[in-house]
Design a protein around this ligand. Structure first.
Ligand SMILES: *Cc1c(COP(=O)(O)O)cnc(C)c1O
Length: 227
């Protein structure tokens, strides 16, 4: 586990250096979906500091087993408004906000918990029907609307390009998300931060880093193929 994790960290650092970025400007989200708590604990011991989970129920079981560990929990899966309560209790950053309805539910729960919830807006750059995320053309409106919710703080954008065998093919999608980020920065929307770009997985994270990723979400390269 430690070897795999160290190898990925090295590849992240090398990819950053290759495009004249600071290695510390890219953080690794260790994607632990379908991985049982014991192996997640081993990953934490091996140096994982951010965990990424996709499913609320599964995350709750692990969160309860590992709550005293010094890690950040990020939610990266599709989130339904009726699960907002659980998401706000557990997660330091929610990568997958893609509707105002969901944003309002999260805001309400965050207010109840006396918390300001950090979120990213998930954008469906590829416009695949099967993918979550808001259309790019509606993303700025969603960011603007969400900026008015007192208990949410927008920190950046997330995307998931289509699956390709060749990572280079994902580059235009990463580049497009990066452009959208610039456009949002130019709008100077009060209260909106655009520091984070969550993009890149096992197959394509080096390309994502070259296009500006600050959070890469990696599961398979660390835990092996999922069942
Ligand atoms: C599963 C998943 C990942 C990790 O994918 P790997 O190819 O296993 O690295 C990243 N992001 C999201 C949203 C995922 O669902």
């Amino acid at each position: 586990m430690k070897e795999r994790l160290d190898r990925i960290k090295k590849r992240i650092a090398d990819a950053a250096i290759a495009c004249s970025r600071e290695p510390e400007s890219v953080r690794l989200v260790v994607v632990s979906k379908t991985v049982e708590a014991g192996r997640v604990a081993a990953a934490i011991d091996a140096g994982a500091v951010i965990l990424g989970e996709n499913y609320i129920q599964e995350a709750r079981d692990k969160f309860n087993a590992l709550y005293d560990r010094p890690v950040q929990w990020h939610f990266i899966g599709h989130l339904q408004s009726n699960k907002a309560k659980y998401a706000v209790r557990m997660f330091d950053l929610i990568h997958s906000v893609d509707s105002f309805k969901l944003a309002k539910s999260l805001n309400k729960e965050a207010r109840k918990n006396g918390k300001v919830q950090d979120i990213l807006i998930q954008v469906n750059i590829s416009r695949e029907e099967t993918k979550s995320g808001i259309d790019e053309t509606d993303a700025i409106d969603l960011v603007t609307q969400t900026s008015g919710l007192e208990n949410l703080r927008v920190k950046g954008l997330m995307t998931m390009p289509p699956f390709f065998d060749a990572p280079e093919q994902a580059r235009p999608f990463f580049r497009q998300l990066s452009r959208l980020r610039e456009q949002i920065i130019d709008r100077n929307i009060p209260g909106v931060g655009m520091d984070e770009l969550s993009m890149g997985m096992t197959g394509d994270f080096e390309v994502a880093i070259a296009e500006g990723a600050t959070l890469v979400r990696i599961g398979t390269a660390i835990f092996g193929a999922r069942r």
